[in-house]
Design a binder for this molecule. Structure first.
Ligand SMILES: [Ca+2]
Ligand SMILES: [Ca+2]
Ligand SMILES: [Ca+2]
Length: 205
């Protein structure tokens, strides 16, 4: 009786048993390693591009912002709070802002944003609102001994009441503080200015 000879199964490499990774063919493992490195490189490249874009946006936003806020214009000149020019040295009187004259080197005291809607477009420290809310003056005209508001409210902490102007009074507005809207005719042609337009000395009789 002849013994049958069966072909032997392909030999199995027991050394690699139990590890699914090491069971892969060599060229397949190399491929995975290559893919992993490629993914890392692509991720880093994308992150780098995103960082460059973010930096560019940040620079653009920073440059687009105004270099100075209105509050940074506040300065002091003499006894007044004034308006600081771009040279960071020149401090204008409030009444020099929006007076149709370029007093700062590059005209920043006459810009549309400042002067298009007076007085609301001006910083609050440059103006004074009179007793009559519809009347305003530049803040450096407050307490200057002249009735700029017309009701003397810029010359007194409490709103002054103006004298009634009868036939014994000469009307001129504004006048020096104490007489508000009119002066006694006894002050006409007395050699002393009482009306800011000098009408008490040249017109009144
Ligand atoms: Ca000006
Ligand atoms: Ca005044
Ligand atoms: Ca006079």
């Amino acid at each position: 009786m002849m013994n049958k000879t069966y072909p032997k199964d392909r030999e199995f490499d027991n050394s690699s048993f139990g590890s699914s990774e090491t069971m892969l063919p060599r060229n397949e493992k190399d491929c995975c390693n290559t893919c992993t490195r490629r993914c890392v490189c692509i991720t880093l490249a994308v992150l780098l591009v995103l960082m460059v874009i973010a930096a560019a946006i940040a620079c653009t936003v920073t440059l687009a912002l105004p270099s100075r806020t209105p509050e940074s214009r506040l300065c002091t000149t003499g006894n007044y709070t004034g308006f600081l020019c771009d040279d960071r040295i020149t401090c204008l009187l409030p009444s020099q802002v929006c007076d149709s004259s370029n007093d700062c080197g590059t005209g920043e005291d006459e810009t549309t944003s400042l002067c298009s809607n007076l007085p609301d477009s001006l910083p609050g420290y440059l103006i004074f609102r009179c007793g009559n809310p519809s009347v305003w003056i530049y803040s450096n005209y407050k307490c200057n001994e002249i009735n700029n508001c017309g009701d003397c409210s810029d010359e007194s902490m409490t709103f002054a009441s103006c004298p009634s102007c009868g036939s014994d009074w000469w009307t001129c507005t504004p006048v020096l503080y104490q007489y508000c809207n009119c002066i006694p005719r006894s002050l006409c042609k007395n050699g002393v200015q009482d009306c800011t337009n000098w009408s008490d000395e040249y017109v009144c009789s």
